[in-house]
Write a protein that binds this ligand. Structure first.
Ligand code: SF4
Ligand code: SF4
Length: 103
């Protein structure tokens, strides 16, 4: 699996109900990196985006393309996409899963 490196895109783009954080708003614990990393909630520990799993182009790290893709069951396994990268959208159209665009 790849590593997040300096990316923190999901800390802004995703809705995180546990933290009362709406989508598109930076987490209050985000200070360059996660300021509560050792104590971050389980939802943060468990989240892995599709890029992190080694799919998509190596250069398409979410912070580079301002777009996060992740897979979750919404009925069938579905790709959720937050962001407007045309390159990522083109990639997603070739995948065999339903896609939900969140913006
Ligand atoms: S968007 Fe993906 S690569 Fe970026 S911090 Fe979140 S899990 Fe890591
Ligand atoms: S708690 Fe940390 S890992 Fe979780 S969204 Fe906030 S900054 Fe990101």
């Amino acid at each position: 699996m790849r590593s997040c490196g300096p990316c923190t895109e999901c800390c802004t783009r995703l809705e995180i109900k546990t933290l009362d954080k709406p989508a598109g708003v930076s987490c209050k614990h985000l200070d360059g990196n996660c300021s509560i990393y050792a104590e971050r909630p389980e939802v943060c520990r468990n989240f892995t985006c599709t890029w992190l799993h080694g799919q998509m182009g190596a250069m398409d790290r979410p912070d580079k393309v301002n777009t996060v893709v992740w897979a979750a069951y919404d009925g069938p396994l579905t790709l959720f996409i937050s962001g407007s990268s045309k390159k990522v959208r083109k990639w997603a159209k070739k995948e065999p899963y339903p896609v939900k665009w969140l913006e």
